[in-house]
Design a protein around this ligand. Structure first.
Ligand SMILES: [Zn+2]
Ligand SMILES: [Zn+2]
Length: 253
C-alpha cells in the first residue's frame, strides 16, 4: 500500500498545509479519504488525476473534509474529454445520503452522475462496521467528533492502515487501531491548547502507544501547530516510528 498525504491542514487557508485529505493506492485501485477545497488540484501534484479515483471515503461531513466532492461530481460529469465512464464508490457515515440529497437541493442535476456510476455505502455510526471490497477490507467505528463521524481501518495484503479523521480522544479509536502498521491520527492543536472534539500530540501519542501501532503519522494541523514542537510533545507518549505529516509526503507500507 502507498499512502499519500494530500493535505495536512484544516479549514484555515495555509500555503504550507492544504485541506485535509489522503490517498491510498492498493495495486490498481485508488482510495481518496476526505477532501476539502483544493484537494483535486493537490492530488495532481502526486500524479493522481480525478479520473483515477475508485473510492471516495469520508470520515464526517465538515466542509474542510467534503468541499471538493461537489467539484469531483461536476467535473466527472461535464468536463469535455474527462467525462467519467468508470464506476466509483462513496463510503461514508450514516447520514451521507441525506447530506447528498441536500447538496442536490442546491446543485441539482449538475452533481448527479450518469445512472449506475456512483454507488453509496453508508457505514453505521453507532457501532463497528465492516465491508469487503475487491482487493481490501474496510472497518469503521464511531468517533468522538460530530454525531456522524467514523474512523477507518483498511486491511490489504496483510497490512493495516488506520485513519482517525477528526477525533477527540476515544477508546473506540484505540480499539480500531490495535496493532496497526500505520495510524494516521489527527493532532489539531499543541499541548495546552486543546479544543473540544480534537486531540493534541500527547493524546495522539497515547492512542498510538495503547494500540501498539508500529508507525504513527500526525496530521490535521491548525497553523498554530507550526510554532510548537509537535514531534517533541508526541515523543514523550509514543516510542515507535513517528512522522509529522507534510503535504505530498509518500509512505509505503
Ligand atoms: Zn477537520
Ligand atoms: Zn471536523
Amino acid at each position: 500500500m502507498d499512502i499519500y498525504i494530500i493535505g495536512s491542514g484544516t479549514c484555515v487557508p495555509s500555503l504550507r498545509r492544504a485541506s485535509p485529505a489522503l490517498a491510498i493506492k492498493i495495486d490498481h485501485k485508488t482510495l481518496l479519504f476526505d477532501g476539502g477545497s483544493g484537494t483535486l488540484r493537490q492530488l495532481l501534484r502526486v500524479g493522481i488525476h480525478l479520473q483515477e479515483i475508485d473510492y471516495l471515503l469520508y470520515t464526517h461531513f465538515h466542509p474542510d473534509h467534503t468541499g471538493d466532492l461537489v467539484h469531483f461530481l461536476f467535473a466527472s460529469k461535464y468536463a469535455p474529454a474527462y467525462q467519467r465512464e468508470k464506476p466509483f464508490f462513496i463510503v461514508a457515515p450514516t447520514g451521507f445520503i441525506e447530506f447528498y440529497e441536500r447538496l442536490k437541493g442546491a446543485y441539482r442535476e449538475w452533481i448527479v452522475p450518469k445512472e449506475g456510476l456512483m454507488k453509496i455505502i453508508e457505514m453505521d455510526t453507532t457501532r463497528n462496521s465492516a465491508k469487503k471490497f475487491e482487493n481490501f477490507a474496510v472497518y469503521t467505528c464511531p468517533i468522538r467528533h460530530t454525531e456522524n463521524s467514523i474512523g477507518f481501518r483498511i486491511e490489504a495484503k496483510g497490512r493495516a492502515v488506520v485513519y482517525s479523521g477528526d477525533s477527540d480522544y476515544c477508546d473506540e479509536l484505540v480499539r480500531l487501531a490495535k496493532d496497526a502498521d500505520v495510524l494516521i491520527c489527527e493532532s489539531a492543536f499543541p499541548n495546552g491548547m486543546k479544543v473540544n472534539g480534537h486531540m493534541t500530540p500527547s493524546l495522539a501519542g497515547k492512542i498510538g502507544t495503547l494500540a501498539r501501532c508500529k508507525k504513527l503519522i500526525l496530521t490535521h494541523f491548525y497553523p498554530v501547530c507550526d510554532q510548537h514542537d509537535i514531534y517533541g510533545q508526541c515523543r514523550k507518549e509514543y516510542k515507535g516510528e513517528l512522522i509529522i505529516a507534510e503535504d505530498l509526503m509518500k509512505i509505503s507500507v
